[in-house]
Design a protein. Structure first.
Length: 116
């Protein structure tokens, strides 16, 4: 099993920045990809960014390109999401996910609120 714990959410003004962290524990050696998703009230959960834990390849949804950066620290088993130039439409619960050889895992989510 793998456990994921997100942190770093909060309230920020438009144009501000936040850094989310996702710490993985348990059978982390089985993981090969991690990602961030978000969900706003009344909307479906949407993909934000992903990173390969093997070669660092990243991918982003168009709406966050050039504003968000996903990064990994394989020693700490932690993935980060640096969010800059935040907009009110970025307000959501942000979830960390991990793909592994034995299954897919989700964190509990962290709230990000961007005020205008």
């Amino acid at each position: 099993q793998v456990q994921l714990v997100e942190s770093g959410g909060g309230l920020v003004q438009a144009g501000g920045s936040l850094r989310l962290s996702c710490a993985a524990s348990g059978r982390t050696f089985s993981l090969f990809r991690m990602a961030w998703f978000r969900q706003s009230p009344g909307k479906e959960r949407e993909f934000v960014a992903t990173i390969s834990l093997r070669d660092g390849t990243t991918s982003y949804v168009d709406s966050v390109k050039d504003r968000f950066t996903i990064a990994r620290d394989n020693v700490k088993n932690t993935v980060y999401l640096q969010m800059n130039s935040l907009r009110p439409e970025d307000t959501a619960v942000y979830y960390c996910s991990a793909n592994g050889q034995r299954g897919n895992y989700w964190g509990q989510g962290t709230q990000v609120t961007v005020s205008s």
